[in-house]
Design a protein around this ligand. Structure first.
Ligand SMILES: Cc1cc2nc3c(=O)[nH]c(=O)nc-3n(C[C@H](O)[C@H](O)[C@H](O)COP(=O)(O)OP(=O)(O)OC[C@H]3O[C@@H](n4cnc5c(N)ncnc54)[C@H](O)[C@@H]3O)c2cc1C
Length: 482
């Protein structure tokens, strides 16, 4: 059975590589438009006083123009303007800051814990963990330095093992991490219960250095900080076209921007600007949040400690608990994810159109926490992830004049990584990027990825792959990576 799955996997990826050769033609037959819908998440509901800045109305010029106002765009504006206070920095956001994935995610603030089979050596496994750990620390430092009102917690998250056959491998994996001074704690049987009483869990690995945060609050609370650092922020300003050159022109509905360099901080939306169309695809992921639960209710459900959990299945179920007592839940089955024909970047009419998905997700949550079945839901929303087949994000610089910077394709790990993007891109711009060199997400010379075919092969391939394997498309080398 495993052989058949491997064979069909290889065959599909072989066909995908062939189909990728039809890009120029397919892009003409199936033109695409940028769609950006309203963000209905719990996270933005917790920023009730936020009002977007007015759109760009007059032509301007600058040293750096950042397209996109999520973690990537805001962290780049933050670190760049601190390093270069004299340079003119502009940030252009199509709708409002944190309208994209940064304000719609599951809130898990994770380290990148990975195994040596995927990344060559023990040193690299150790370095990746230390790098993301430092990245989380930087986020917390920024919150503290500027006294931002961002709900967050850093009391650990847990990766749960849902089949007895995988317990021994998890034990060995945790022991391996511990030998590298990665402080993952292995628990078996009922040992997780004092933290959280999850049904159907046989073992668990707690990373004590991870947690949870409200991304919309982080991004939006940073707006006045950026403005004080001299960054000009225009919201409700979609970039419609990019014309490259030594000086780049960005067309927006009312005015244009001339910039010496730009940053693509548009993650799952990037293909609409004509970049990285074969590198990533927009995947929709549904999420819901309960109303705020009292300590007694949480005790009754069995959630005593820890900021969140995620399981070991391909269609990962992930869940966090906010400081205010909301349980946030996403993933858990094929029904909770969708790829829409022509790379649509909005999921139309959600949450009503995704009723069956939310019902399936609700059941998955109740399977894990049976006493949560009757808790009312307060928020249901859908967000767009940027997914690469290798499950590696891409950060670097491209373009004939080497002035188009990018950081995108974080898959499910962007809360930490996209907030680090600003440091990476600022160092790359400055030419002092040694600390990032060699890391799997940093490719300053040339992005490395497996090409994804255009439509109609893309949509067909996705449907075929998910139905045949029950999994999300990823290249065989990326199996085991989220
Ligand atoms: C449902 C969901 C759950 C997730 N859960 C987690 C999790 O628990 N933990 C984790 O680590 N990661 C998670 N992620 C991933 C993480 O949220 C993202 O990787 C991260 O937020 C990406 O940040 P970004 O700034 O690059 O992109 P986004 O936040 O998507 O920002 C891109 C911005 O660009 C704007 N834009 C797009 N096109 C244009 C244009 N042409 N002109 C101007 N502006 C434009 C958009 O409006 C948007 O605001 C999740 C993602 C989703 C969708």
């Amino acid at each position: 059975m495993k052989r058949i799955a491997q064979w069909s996997n290889r065959a599909l990826f072989g066909a995908a590589a062939l189909a990728a050769k039809t890009w120029p033609l397919a892009a003409r037959i199936f033109p695409e438009t940028l769609e950006i819908d309203d963000n209905q998440s719990l996270w933005v509901a917790q920023t009730p006083d936020y009002r977007p800045n007015p759109p760009l109305q007059k032509p301007i010029s600058c040293d750096l123009a950042i397209i996109g106002g999520g973690f990537t765009g805001v962290s780049t504006a933050y670190h760049f303007s601190r390093r270069y206070p004299q340079k003119r920095v502009v940030l252009l956001e199509a709708k409002t800051l944190a309208n994209g994935a940064s304000g719609r995610n599951g809130g898990m603030l994770l380290n990148w814990v990975t195994d040596p089979l995927a990344y060559s050596s023990d040193e690299m496994v150790q370095r990746i963990y230390q790098t993301t750990h430092a990245g989380i620390q930087t986020i917390l430092d920024i919150i503290k330095r500027h006294q931002l009102n961002v709900s967050h917690r850093l009391d650990g998250t847990v990766h749960v093992i849902t089949h007895p056959d995988r317990v021994e491998a998890a034990r060995q994996e945790a022991a391996y991490y511990n030998r590298l001074d990665i402080p993952v704690q292995f628990l078996e049987g009922d040992a997780l219960k004092p933290y959280i009483e999850l049904e159907g869990v046989y073992a668990a690995m707690i990373d004590p250095n991870s947690g949870q945060l409200n991304g919309a609050q982080l991004v939006r609370e940073l707006r006045p900080v950026l403005e004080a650092q001299g960054v000009a922020i225009y919201e409700q300003t979609p970039v419609i076209r990019i014309e490259e050159g030594r000086e780049i022109t960005l067309r927006t509905p009312q005015a244009e921007v001339r910039a010496k360099a730009i940053v693509l901080a548009t993650n799952g939306y990037t293909g609409k600007l004509g970049y990285f169309r074969d590198a990533l695809f927009p995947l929709h992921s549904h999420v819901f949040a309960t109303e705020a639960l009292s300590p007694e209710q949480l005790n009754n459900i069995g959630w005593q400690q820890l900021a969140g959990y995620e399981d070991d299945l391909d269609r990962i179920a992930y869940s966090t608990l906010t400081r205010e007592g909301h349980i946030v839940f996403g993933g858990g089955s094929n029904a909770s994810y969708a790829y829409l024909f022509r790379n649509r970047t909005a999921y139309p009419n959600t949450p009503h159109s995704a009723q069956s998905s939310f019902t399936a997700m609700r059941k998955t949550m109740s399977d894990y926490l049976p006493r949560s079945a009757d808790i009312p839901l307060a928020h249901r929303w859908t967000g767009t992830l940027g997914i690469t087949l290798r499950r590696n994000n891409l950060m670097g610089v491209t373009g004939e004049h080497r002035n188009v910077y990018y950081a995108l394709g974080y898959c499910g790990h962007g809360v930490t990584l996209a907030n680090m993007a600003g440091m990476v891109l600022t160092d790359l711009y400055s030419g002092d990027d040694e600390r990032w060199r060699g890391l799997p997400f940093y490719m300053p010379q040339k992005p490395i990825y497996d090409p994804i075919p255009p439509e109609p092969f893309r949509w067909l391939g996705y449907q075929l792959f998910t139905r045949l394997t029950g999994k999300s498309p990823r290249t065989p080398m990326a199996e085991g990576l989220h």
